[in-house]
Design a protein around this ligand. Structure first.
Ligand code: PLP
Length: 185
């Protein structure tokens, strides 16, 4: 969808997808291209072009010595956006709560700032709720703990039970111009 929107509305330019160090999104070549765990990716490249890594937000392995770690970690994403050029980036794909990469609950202020940055640069916020969605954190979706509104949410596992389906959902205002608002594969 991100690539389709890039071609339909931005002459193909806003096609890059940002992903985060330590996050995991699956085992296909495309999803491994957005995989932030080198120990899982090491033997399967080369990968799909157009994926760019941003730093993790795990305060336990702190990368910055600051009080508001969540804001600093979010600002680190904006630094990558500015380095790459906002007009080249279509989406930011993150696990709402990183699961296999260490069960990382984002620090205070992180999600609000990430959403603000995405909106400022017209970048779609895609949340992978394959692990933390569908009631697993006490809310229907993990992002509901943070008062944010993602543009795309992908689910699997708990949602389809034993069937091979992975729903993706998005509010109509974001993606309806190029795709249906809900799709399954
Ligand atoms: C966070 C996360 N995203 C995506 C996936 C991939 O899910 P699927 O294999 O159902 O496409 C997994 C699989 O474990 C996962 O943990």
């Amino acid at each position: 969808m991100v690539r389709q929107i890039a071609h339909k509305h931005h002459g193909g330019k806003k096609h890059k997808i940002l992903y985060r160090e330590r996050d995991y999104h699956g085992a296909t070549i495309a999803t491994m291209s957005a995989g932030g765990q080198p120990e899982r990716n090491a033997q399967y490249g080369p990968y799909t072009p157009g994926f760019v890594q941003v730093p993790h937000c795990l305060e336990y392995r702190a990368q910055w010595d600051v009080e508001e770690y969540g804001l600093r970690a979010a600002d680190a994403i904006e630094e990558v956006i500015l380095r790459e050029g906002p007009d080249t980036i279509g989406a930011l794909c993150l696990e709402t709560v990183t699961a296999g990469g260490g069960v990382i609950t984002p620090p205070r202020g992180y999600w609000e700032r990430v959403q603000e940055i995405c909106r400022k640069h017209e970048i779609l916020l895609h949340l992978d709720e394959v692990v933390c969605g569908v009631g697993r954190t006490g809310e229907w979706f993990g992002y509901q703990h943070y008062g944010i509104e993602p543009d795309l949410v992908t689910m699997a596992k708990a949602w389809p039970r034993a069937t091979p389906r992975s729903p993706a959902s998005s509010p109509p205002r974001r993606c309806s111009s190029s795709s249906r608002t809900t799709a399954t594969r």
